[in-house]
Design a protein around this ligand. Structure first.
Ligand code: GLC
Length: 429
């Protein structure tokens, strides 16, 4: 109980120290700008002790929104030399400058949760009215520019869009990308902040940057990239997060009388079928899909459980997922490793290839709780709190030893601690 109080104070201090006047950086040095899905989790953290500040996170995030509705994955509010690739490399001529790709669209869901939690209802309702049309424009962009054939699955153009940059799920699709022989030279900055054994390999980085140049040359023309992009996948992280976000957008539309229920319900029907089409009966898991080959990507990753969070899975499939997770739990001390620990690609210390991420845990646990598996949901919550208590608010954690990995004093990990220790009514540790 005492540890917990101290940690709550510490988590608040991390958000305050990472606050840059209305937006929160993930961590100093390694990630010194505002990231899209980090902003959602971070806002939820702020919500536990400063509601006005929590809503400000979204005001600043949407300063980066493009006229076509796209919400970029990074908003470069002010220059910072410690990060690469920064605004010069992206070459997007906007104020504030931004990247040109997106990330898991968590915002609508977090806005709903924040409205439901708000003590200051007048402020919350005013913010919902301001944010709703912007979120709708963002979701319409997804439909229009990333699923124009109405397949129910969004096309993802860059591993960075999935939030899980170097997941083994992208290995083959990324290996197919020919490194641009004329790739402008660059110096990685990430490996000056973090031990390289915990970061993506150089071969992956060259391809991440090659994709950036390809998209720049196409002037970020989405419909053209859907035809020609050298990397095209369906990502469970994006599709499941978007499905739930649309569900929550529909709820907001109904509640405030915005009148878009019919349009959103159409998207939901398509994405429910799209996501359920990713189920693999033999594996008892959902798999991402390579859209260039049309083939499932047969590697279990933490996102494989997210159809529970989306709410699209049948009770039978939820039961299979539960069994699959029990199998993973026998291999590691802490849930949920980002890659199936029995996979030959599992690397327990390397970024999205094995470590535990608090934010993904939050989504998975919620899914299990909603499908009637409170015990596993509670186990995931306890594991996450324990990791923070033992090793601090790291970016990610070793699933066997619990070692904190990547950046330290990390905003979204602190935010999850705040949100989850509140749920425990003070009895979390
Ligand atoms: C890394 C993560 C991504 C996150 C960003 C900022 O790129 O892979 O998911 O949003 O860092 O924390």
């Amino acid at each position: 109980m005492q540890i917990q109080e101290t940690l709550v104070q510490e988590a608040r201090r991390i958000l305050q120290a990472n606050d840059r006047g209305g937006f929160t950086i993930p961590t100093a040095g390694l990630y010194p700008f505002q990231w899209l899905w980090d902003a959602g989790f971070t806002a939820l953290g702020w919500m536990q002790f400063d509601e006005a500040r929590a809503w400000a996170e979204f005001d600043l995030l949407f300063q980066g929104q493009w006229e076509n509705g796209m919400l970029p994955h990074i908003v470069f509010h002010r220059p910072e030399p410690t990060y690469f690739p920064g605004p010069e490399r992206w070459g997007v001529k906007r104020t504030p400058p931004t990247s040109a790709i997106t990330q898991p669209p968590v915002v609508a869901t977090f806005v709903r949760w924040m409205l439901e939690q708000a003590q200051n209802q007048a402020l919350a309702q005013e913010k919902v009215r301001q944010l709703y049309p912007k979120i709708l424009a963002y979701h319409r962009w997804f439909k229009r520019e990333r699923d124009p054939q109405n397949t129910g699955l969004v096309t993802v153009l860059h591993p960075w869009e999935t939030g899980a940059d170097n997941s083994p799920a992208w290995d083959e699709a990324l290996a197919r990308v020919q490194v641009d022989p004329a790739l402008p030279p660059y110096t990685r900055r990430d490996t000056t902040h973090v031990d390289p054994s915990q970061r993506p390999h150089q071969a992956e980085y060259d391809r991440f940057l090659t994709l950036l140049e390809v998209y720049k040359r196409a002037d970020f023309d989405q419909l053209r990239l859907l035809q020609e992009g050298p990397f095209r996948v369906a990502s469970l992280l994006i599709d499941c997060v978007l499905h739930r976000a649309n569900h929550d957008l529909l709820w907001l539309s109904q509640r405030f009388g915005f009148g878009h229920e019919g349009e959103i319900a159409g998207w939901l029907e398509a994405s429910r079928q799209g996501i359920e089409g990713l189920w693999d009966e033999a594996a008892g898991l959902y798999f991402n899909r390579d859209l260039l080959t049309g083939e499932p990507i047969r590697v279990g990753v933490s996102a494989s459980f997210l159809p529970l969070y989306a709410g699209t899975a049948s009770p039978e499939r939820a039961g299979r997922l539960h069994e699959t997770l029990q199998g993973w739990a026998r291999q590691v001390r802490y849930l949920v490793p980002s890659t199936d620990p029995q996979s030959p690609r599992f690397e327990p210390q390397r970024y999205w290839r094995g470590p535990v991420w608090a934010v993904v845990n939050y989504l998975i646990a919620l899914g299990f709780a909603e499908y009637g598996y409170p015990q596993v949901a509670e186990r995931i919550r306890q594991d996450t709190l324990k990791l923070c208590e033992v090793t601090g608010f790291s970016e990610y954690f070793h699933p066997q030893t619990g070692q904190g990995l990547g950046g330290g004093a990390f905003s979204w990990t602190a935010a999850i601690y705040l949100a989850w220790s509140r749920l425990g009514g003070g009895e979390a540790s």
